[in-house]
Design a protein around this ligand. Structure first.
Ligand SMILES: Nc1nc2c(ncn2[C@@H]2O[C@H](COP(=O)(O)OP(=O)(O)OP(=O)(O)O)[C@@H](O)[C@H]2O)c(=O)[nH]1
Ligand SMILES: [Mg+2]
Length: 311
């Protein structure tokens, strides 16, 4: 695997840990729990995450950089193939693998495909560098034993002691999982300064927060038909601090979708804008002004140049 940190004379650890699994199992929620900040956006809509998002954990023992990935979804659509490639890359480039399953969903075709992909890795990776998190155990319909049996059948090399029932929502079971990852991590230098919990640039984070609000408020397929662009962002500072003035655009594939995003009398775009501003105020120290518009970018999901820029 890549990202090999050089060995050190002291015993500090450092590792990249890829978080992989089906869409909506809670990968991004878990990443945020581990790194203690909102590094990745979260929504009930499957396929929210479109990039590999890094969340950094620092402890006395060293640093683990979690890499959130798009949910692995079986589909031949261009965007899905690119998302799958992102997950695949993280899988092969990381030191550790965190396989996330949903305690409330029976493991069917998609889960089988992911487990088979993991099973195709060299066995020592499953034996020594992988853990499984069975997430959402807070829900009444959670049924861990059936997921454990599935893991025993599909990934027999995965030690049972590396299977952790957890809840990102209630933050339960996560400390044991993190301790285990630190035990498994190789020795090495930290990759990032210890005061940061993510390495994303400001503009990307703003587009993601706006996209999260679109995922939360827009219905059906619409969230998948949009992307967000920053047209301009300027930081003005004075003796009272800084103001970040942002002009952002929500791009839709068709005119009809534009109308839905704007909403009656502009109600929807206002709702998205205000919710995004509330989150941005939590994340950044500056005051932020947000000029948010909607424009059409016809059939962008078939445009390789745009896809390359986004994913
Ligand atoms: N009840 C419960 N809900 C959870 C838990 N973890 C995540 N969720 C919810 O599950 C939904 C999906 O969570 P995400 O973290 O976005 O899932 P993901 O695996 O990153 O999804 P994709 O990016 O689409 O692949 C959201 O509505 C979360 O609030 C949990 O432990 N318990
Ligand atoms: Mg996600």
């Amino acid at each position: 695997m890549c990202y090999h940190a050089p060995l050190m004379s002291d015993t500090k650890k450092s590792a990249f840990a890829a978080i992989v699994g089906r869409p909506s199992v809670g990968k991004s929620s878990l990443l945020n729990c581990f790194c203690g900040g909102k590094a990745a956006i979260v929504s009930p809509v499957p396929q929210t995450t479109r990039n590999s998002i890094r969340g950094i954990v620092n402890r006395e023992q060293g640093q683990i950089v979690f890499v959130d990935t798009p949910g692995i979804h079986i589909s031949e659509k261009k965007l899905n193939l690119r998302l799958k490639a992102v997950s695949e890359r993280s899988l092969t480039e990381s030191d550790l693998i965190v396989y996330v399953l949903d305690a409330t969903r029976p493991p069917l075709d998609e889960e089988n495909a992911i487990a088979a992909r993991l099973a195709a890795l060299p066995q020592e990776i499953i034996r020594e560098q992988t853990i499984a998190l069975i997430n959402k155990i807070d829900l009444p319909q959670a049924h861990c034993p059936s997921i454990e049996i599935f893991l025993e059948d599909t990934l027999p090399s995965l030690p049972r002691t590396r299977i952790f029932p957890v809840s990102a929502l209630m933050r339960t079971g996560l400390d044991c999982a993190l301790d285990c990852l630190y035990d498994m991590a190789p020795q090495g230098h930290p990759y990032y300064d210890d005061e940061v919990y993510t390495d994303q640039d400001v503009q990307f984070r703003i587009t993601e927060i706006i996209r999260e609000k679109c995922m939360l408020f827009l219905q059906n397929e619409l969230p998948h038909c949009i992307y967000v662009d920053i047209e301009n962002a300027a930081l003005k500072t004075n003796e009272h601090g800084g103001i970040l003035q942002v002009m952002a655009v929500i791009r839709t594939e068709r005119d009809s979708q534009k109308g839905i995003v704007i909403g009656k009398g502009g109600a929807m775009i206002k709702k998205i804008r205000l919710a995004a501003l509330a989150d941005l105020a939590e994340i950044f120290d500056w005051k932020i002004t947000l000029d948010l518009r909607v424009k059409k970018d016809k059939d962008w999901r078939h445009n390789d140049t745009i896809l390359k820029k986004l994913v």
